[in-house]
Design a protein around this ligand. Structure first.
Ligand code: GLN
Length: 231
């Protein structure tokens, strides 16, 4: 069914999200889980000689699911930070990202994060942007949704004023389902790097890091990157 690889070795359960384009999402036409993270994870498994079986779970349950050993690996554009490092081990960073404000095209009132006071801002439950809003923008009204696409749909139908989320996700959504109607505005608010997560002390961390480095050195990482983000 395309969800598992067969490299002849152990099979590990990989927890992922299915609502974070273009990193992990379900392709409408094929009905299959796909995206940059999914392809990178499969390539890592092949390189390291193990098999992966993906489980699509809610983003807010990912860290705890991995920290308790329910899943062997987690990959979902997960931002590496100190709070999460208390619960799980992270791989080396594999993608540089950060947060942005997004509004409907033509919105002249909101041009940067400074304009969000008193506005209703959508985000996702359990994300770094929900935390950013709570800490940095106490004057904004926050609407946190389990799926970030619900936030974008609320923006498109004028139920909320803005969305605060990861820049590559905003840009890809805008180009695809968003039909170009959603724009990222202002400066990138944070620098964040994504990493895969493992139960504390897991031997998989080292194996994954070694395989990731090989894929960076041999051009496979660049190929997968170019496919999803262009050159
Ligand atoms: N990078 C963000 C975080 O780690 C969002 C990831 C996601 O929605 N899958 O919180």
């Amino acid at each position: 069914n395309g969800e598992a690889t067969d490299s002849g070795g152990e099979t590990y359960v990989v927890a992922t999200d299915n609502n974070f384009v273009p990193f992990e999402f379900v392709d409408q036409e094929t009905d299959e889980l796909t995206g940059f993270d999914v392809e990178l994870m499969r390539a890592i498994a092949e390189e390291a000689g193990f098999n992966v079986e993906f489980e699509q779970i809610e983003f807010s349950g990912l860290i705890s699911g991995v920290s308790t050993g329910r899943y062997d690996i987690g990959i979902a554009g997960i931002t590496i930070n100190d709070e999460r490092k208390e619960k799980v081990d992270f791989s080396d960073p594999y993608y540089d990202s950060g947060l942005t404000v997004a509004v409907l095209e033509g919105n002249e009132e909101i041009q940067s994060v400074e304009d969000l006071a008193g506005k209703t801002v959508g985000t996702r439950t359990g994300s770094t942007s929900q935390e950013y809003l709570a800490e940095e923008l106490p004057d904004a009204n926050v609407e946190a949704y389990p799926e970030i696409t619900t936030a974008y749909q609320s923006l498109l139908t004028n139920k909320i004023d803005a969305v605060l989320y990861d820049l590559p996700n905003v840009q890809y959504y805008s180009k695809t389902e968003g039909g170009g109607k959603i724009l990222a505005v202002g400066d990138r608010l944070t620098g964040e790097s994504y990493g895969m997560v493992f139960e504390k002390g897991s031997e998989l961390t080292e194996q994954v890091n070694t395989a990731l480095q090989t894929l960076k050195d041999n051009g496979t990482y660049d190929e997968i990157h170019a496919k999803w983000f262009g050159e």
